[in-house]
Design a protein around this ligand. Structure first.
Ligand code: NAD
Length: 361
């Protein structure tokens, strides 16, 4: 991604605006210092500004293929030139005592290599979703982090989001009764030219990018893993965008309790992220369900309407994520979602591709 001067000024302003609002979500005693690997949209617009508003995390190094951009970002975050790395020399992080962890925000197929090299350099790894583009890569990431005694977390940000946690609690406590079915959708209409349409870099289409929220979310809410799945995929727009990845993928999952989830994902339409959960006592709906803020919960349980105010923006999902992983590091606890959660989703996504005919058995 190239960043224009105008975009850069906007990011600098966003970062300045959050500089004096410490949150300390998770109350970690020691500041955890992140190296950011990949200066694209998610890191520049969300994760890095979040650390500016955090009392327990900080960005102290950058890994980028664009030295000039890295220097400009470094100036905003007071990062010395000596803490700017290229992809080639990421291993030199080993010699930087001011970095505890890395945040990997690269195209999907690069997650494994840079997570492994970071762990080998002695750093804890917070890696964006999807964890990787193959089961073998996901397993190698777990093995590398284990070998180096470093923590590995997959950035499933909804698992720390208050509305999602509230719905999960309402299900777990029995308020919704027996869950019978879930509907979930998530997608957007993609522009041509994105790396997300490149099979080698993305590993797959909207399932890997957007559908993974439904896949992971259903399991998180139910506390179960699917035992039976059906899937189908399609391409409607033959305009060159979907030569290498699917445009649409729809699937169902049956869970051990008998609950069935029906999910849709697309790169061909603006599909508002949504989850509706139907239980024997009523229903709950999060819409939007996966956005960075503004999650809205409605429903009806035992004849009583539910319309809960949108969860507060502050602390942002990214502050929660950065601080939660920091706390796992300082407290020496295993992050949840762990690498194993990411691996499980990788296995399920590969199975969905096989079932839908996108990859041969
Ligand atoms: P982006 O295109 O904005 O940024 C990608 C970064 O990788 C850029 O800095 C780019 O320079 C770098 N890069 C290095 N090699 C590259 C190559 N060969 N081709 C393209 N870019 C290359 O992407 P993004 O939207 O920031 O996504 C990055 C990762 O974050 C993806 O894995 C994506 O799934 C994930 N993501 C997560 C969320 C979330 O909410 N958790 C949201 C968006 C993206």
């Amino acid at each position: 991604m190239t960043i224009t001067r105008r975009e850069f000024s906007r990011l600098a302003a966003a970062s300045a605006a959050t500089s004096f609002v410490p949150h300390a979500f998770g109350q970690s005693a020691q500041r955890i210092r992140y190296a950011i690997v990949g200066l694209g949209r998610i890191s520049m617009q969300h994760f890095m500004p979040a650390t500016k508003g955090s009392a327990t995390t900080q960005v102290t190094a950058l890994v980028s293929g664009h030295p000039e951009k890295a220097r400009r970002v470094a100036a905003v975050y007071n990062i010395p030139e000596s803490s700017i790395y290229s992809y080639e020399n990421i291993g030199k992080l080993r010699d930087n005592p001011n970095v505890d962890a890395v945040y990997i925000a690269l195209p999907n197929s690069m997650h494994a290599e840079y997570s492994i090299r970071s762990a080998e350099a002695g750093k804890h790894v917070l890696c964006e979703k999807p964890m990787a583009t193959s089961v073998a890569d996901a397993e190698a990431m777990i093995a590398a982090c284990k070998k180096a005694s470093r923590k590995l977390m997959i950035a499933y940000r909804m698992r720390l989001e208050p509305t999602t946690l509230r719905v999960r609690e309402m299900i777990r406590s029995g308020q919704l009764g027996t869950v019978q079915g879930i509907e979930s959708a998530n997608g957007f209409n993609i522009r041509a030219g994105e790396w997300r349409l490149n099979g080698k870099l993305a590993g797959g289409g909207p399932l890997m990018d957007m559908g993974v929220y439904s896949l992971n979310g259903c399991q998180f809410l139910l506390g179960e893993e699917p035992t039976q799945m059906f899937a189908t995929a399609s391409v409607i727009d033959h305009d060159g965008r979907f030569d290498e990845v699917e445009e649409n993928l729809s699937w169902t999952m049956k869970f051990p309790s008998g609950a069935v989830a029906a999910c849709n994902t697309t790169y061909g339409a603006g599909m508002d992220g949504m989850m509706t959960i139907h239980g024997s006592k009523g229903w709950l709906r999060m819409q939007p369900a996966f956005s960075y803020d503004g999650l809205h919960l409605t429903g009806r349980i035992n004849g009583k309407d539910i319309d809960e105010p949108v969860a507060a923006k502050d602390p942002s999902q990214f502050v929660r994520e950065a601080e939660y992983f920091a706390k796992c590091i300082t407290d020496n606890t295993t992050p949840e979602p762990s690498g194993e959660v990411g691996l499980r989703d990788m296995k399920l996504m590969m199975e969905l591709y096989r079932l839908s005919g996108r990859i041969k058995a």
